[in-house]
Design a protein around this ligand. Sequence first.
Ligand SMILES: NC(=O)c1ccc[n+]([C@@H]2O[C@H](COP(=O)([O-])OP(=O)(O)OC[C@H]3O[C@@H](n4cnc5c(N)ncnc54)[C@H](O)[C@@H]3O)[C@@H](O)[C@H]2O)c1
Length: 285
Amino acid sequence: MTEIRTLTVLGTGVLGSQIAYQAAFHGFAVTAYDIDDQALEKARSRFAHLAGIYQAQQVAGAEGGKAEAALQNLHLTADLGDAVADADLVIEAVPELLELKRDLFRRLSDLAPAKTIFATNSSTLLPSDLKDSTGRPDRFLAIHYANNIWVQNIAEVMGTSETDPTVFDAVVEFAGNSGLEPIEIKKEKAGYVLNSLLVPLLNAAASLLLQGVASPETIDKTWRIATGAPSGPFQIYDVVGLTTAYNIAASSTDVGSLAFAKYLKDNYIDKGKLGISTGEGFYTY
Ligand SMILES: NC(=O)c1ccc[n+]([C@@H]2O[C@H](COP(=O)([O-])OP(=O)(O)OC[C@H]3O[C@@H](n4cnc5c(N)ncnc54)[C@H](O)[C@@H]3O)[C@@H](O)[C@H]2O)c1
């Protein structure tokens, strides 16, 4: 079976930095690529910040200086050819723009060795949307992480009908070896498993609020007490961030979603209440 030892992550933003650091923490040799020196400077501080979080939150294994030592496993570069020259696996975590991702995979198909597996971490695109630009659809699939990877530690692995099953298995094994719970998805599905469950819950909560059926506090309390879940949907909105919630709702054609977008804008976004990140959203922190 293909064994994954070296990882390259493209894009070192919110998710890319977490994917790279998590693998480095678990002993993988990781190369992190971003577009220029300024982006790499930001990446350095993101990695240092993550080391602090792993240490402070006592992520399993973080004792004895391991969180700091993980930084030694991270090599940063703004040269794409250099970044992928010896990669067993490349995961892209660049902005959610179809043509940008396609263009990146086209360039990679020339630069990466034949052994390299390509993966996307896209939340909303299907791997089928990208596979033809990779030049190697049999060695291409999605591995989708959740934000705050060290706590919400799942990796949803989803191939296309053309993904080689041995490649799928290798990526599942890699996910397990990098401290994540692999979620094997047998068939392509927009939203994977997590968002296929979560989005309808969040939409239903928004609808109850807009119809005046119950307050956010009551809706959340109902969900928490009756299901044993630690958070209700409006607490989840605050974690995701109300700007993201707004962008998703505003880009929909559904009347209810558009009404929720307006509600979020008027009552929260325009007042600078963006969720936990600003100290106030549906709740005050
Ligand atoms: N943020 C989340 O909660 C989350 C969760 C799961 C998956 N994702 C997915 O991860 C991907 C990235 O999202 P994010 O929130 O980390 O974005 P982000 O904007 O925080 O980071 C994007 C990074 O990509 C870099 N970049 C831009 N153009 C590039 C290029 N051509 N080549 C290489 N790097 C480039 C940027 O400099 C930046 O560092 C998206 O596909 C998104 O759907 C995000």
